[in-house]
Design a protein around this ligand. Structure first.
Ligand code: ATP
Length: 580
């Protein structure tokens, strides 16, 4: 197709008259029209400018149109944030100026005037960072409405944010990530916190104010429940540091567990478990699984939980003792197990629970039961040294809330092993007045143990030691007596900061001896549970063996110097508490 011919008039830039228009004006008239057109164009330009300025002002000053409306609000299935995901622990200078996305809890927030808000975002544990949201003059990506909305998100809500990483003017002391801050450009609410938190995070992360505990499911406690509320917290630190009772903590598990201190304790707990297995695996132990449900209250009936079991009765195992020994009888040389242990004791103390986790081991003895004592000492020292290495940060965090002196360990080769009698002698000679007359034949009371712990620390510079050769009367029927002195046993307890964490010793492996000791203890060898146990040693020759049972909860609690084992447990079970 050929191009249309070029009109010379158009080519010169003047507009030709349209059909039906008046013929061309005079020169003077044309000039006048041109001036008028110019004036009108200028007028239109100015009006457009005014309109744009008004629109910007309107948006920035909270006018009706919210130009950032797509950048915030409740999350929907179509919400998309394209920025790269970042984990706070990996944030570095390489991220400065970049846009990132993060899912986190709002742990604190504060409006700064009408257009700006500060929020503290916590991703996990105590990994927190300051977020800044500030409305721009154009009203996007952040409008005044958006800043206000972000500043009003309830505490402990879970959000998705997009933000630009920047260096703050000064390090942000209140957040773990202090060298960077997030300039928020998108904020979506995934799950809202309640209007009033039943336990503020600041309180959850402080030392427990009282160890009074009552399960809310108990009838008396239900009536008293409202009194357990704790004041809500804002970012402005309250002048009086808030704290809450154990009861408030345990009745609000989500918030109790969110506290970085609880997560640090849980990390230490799981590390102890891991270190226990690691060491024993390296020493050729094999793990096994004992049952929790058993058919007879074999270790003395008084403190055992009974429950209906079809047409019979079952019991919850008070320890895996018999099963560890059956494994040895079954040809295993070294075994260990980790699992729940149940005690129906109405002991309302910071040391006791009705369910705790046992770290148990049993091994063949070749020459002397001290092989077992030394193995247990070895595993405990491995745990303590491992914790110092692997949980430094967690230990420091816990210490900032529950202060403690460093857990002192003996120098290699200088482990402290006293006999029970030596321990009592030390107490009589150097301990407090009230222990001047303690006897070598009677078990120690808790105050005695604590006083001895303080003496050992002072004298030997260690918080970990062994008391060996316990009096016969203080040990169960399966413990072997010292062949040279039947008043004492080949049995020991291990202590941390003056508190017992383990009982163990050599077991009787000869059925006739076992029966004789049962009778001496007033137990009928033919009684339910006991007969089956004795028969194991009758059914096959069993090598000499010994072992011990460690309370995981106590190891964690006393290592960290917590005021109660209930803080070291995931879900403490006590005579007063069966929930959550
Ligand atoms: P205690 O005299 O303190 O009640 P125990 O002598 O009954 O303890 P053992 O039966 O020897 O304890 O249990 C071995 C270990 O298990 C203890 O050293 C302790 O660490 C732990 N343990 C025992 N009972 C409890 C309990 N009720 N709650 C928490 N841990 C426990």
């Amino acid at each position: 197709m050929s191009e249309a011919p070029v009109d010379p008039a158009q080519a010169s830039g003047s507009v030709p008259p349209a059909e039906g228009e008046a013929p061309a004006q005079s020169k003077k008239g044309a000039k006048k029209a041109e001036a008028k057109a110019k004036k009108e164009a200028e007028k239109a330009r100015k009006a457009a400018e005014r309109e744009a300025a008004a629109a910007a002002q309107k948006a920035a000053s909270g006018g009706n149109e919210d130009l950032a409306k797509d950048n915030y609000g409740d999350i929907t299935p179509t919400t998309k944030v394209a920025a790269d995901k970042v984990q706070l622990k990996h944030l570095g200078d390489q991220h400065i100026g970049k846009s990132v996305k993060l899912r986190a809890w709002i742990q604190n927030s504060r409006m700064q005037g009408a257009k700006m808000a500060f929020v503290e975002l916590r991703e996990e544990r105590n990994w927190s960072i300051q977020g800044v949201i500030s409305a721009s003059a154009e009203g996007k990506p952040v409008s005044k409405q958006m800043a206000k909305w972000v500043g009003s998100i309830r505490l402990e809500s879970f959000v998705l944010v997009e933000a630009t990483v920047q260096k703050p003017l000064e390090p942000v002391k209140s957040c773990r990530v202090s060298d960077y801050e997030l300039h928020l450009t998108k904020v979506y609410l995934i799950a809202s916190g309640p209007e009033v938190l039943p336990l503020g995070l600041n309180a959850a992360n402080r030392a427990i104010s009282s160890f009074e505990d009552e399960d809310p499911s108990a009838p008396a406690a239900a009536a008293a429940a409202p009194a357990e509320g704790i004041e809500n917290l804002s970012i402005t630190e309250s002048a009086v540091a808030p704290s809450a009772s154990l009861s408030t903590h345990l009745n609000n598990p989500a918030l109790h567990k969110r506290a970085p201190v609880q997560q640090a304790i849980a990390d230490v707990r799981m590390t102890v478990r891991k270190l226990f297995s690691e060491y024993l695996d390296s020493k050729d132990f094999v793990q096994f699984e004992p049952p929790c449900l058993i058919g007879a209250a074999s270790e003395g009936g008084a403190n055992v939980f009974a429950l209906p079991y079809f047409e019979k009765q079952a019991f919850l195992a008070q320890s895996p003792q018999f099963y560890k020994q059956i494994e040895i009888a079954g040809g295993r040389k070294r075994v260990y197990c980790i699992g729940p242990v149940f005690r129906a004791e109405n002991s309302n103390t910071p040391r006791h629970m009705t369910e705790f986790t046992g770290l148990d081991l049993e091994m063949e003895i070749e020459d002397h039961y001290h092989e077992v004592r030394d193995m247990i000492e070895g595993v405990m020292l491995y745990i303590f040294r491992g914790l110092q290495e692997r949980c430094k940060e967690q230990i420091e965090l816990v210490r900032s809330i529950y202060p403690s002196d460093e857990f002192l360990l003996p120098e290699p080769g200088k482990e402290v092993r006293l006999t029970f009698a030596e321990g009592q002698k030390l107490l009589r000679e150097e301990g407090p007045e009230e222990f001047r007359n303690v006897s070598d034949d009677e078990d120690m009371s808790t105050p005695q143990e604590k006083a001895l712990g303080a003496l050992v620390r002072k004298k030997f510079g260690t918080d970990f030691y062994v008391l060996d050769k316990f009096p016969e009367g203080a040990r169960p029927f399966y413990t072997i007596e010292d062949p040279e002195n039947p008043k004492v046993t080949n049995a020991y307890d291990f202590f941390m900061r003056g508190q017992e964490i383990l009982s163990g010793g050599q077991r009787i492996h000869i059925p006739e001896l076992l029966e004789a000791r049962l009778r001496k203890k007033g137990i009928d060898p033919a009684s339910p549970g006991i007969k089956d146990y004795v028969d194991v040693f009758r059914s096959a020759g069993v090598p000499p063996h010994g072992g011990g049972g460690i309370g995981l909860d106590r190891v964690v609690a006393w290592y960290l110097n917590l005021p109660s084992v209930h803080l070291a447990s995931y879900y403490p079970r006590t005579p007063k508490r069966l929930t959550p």
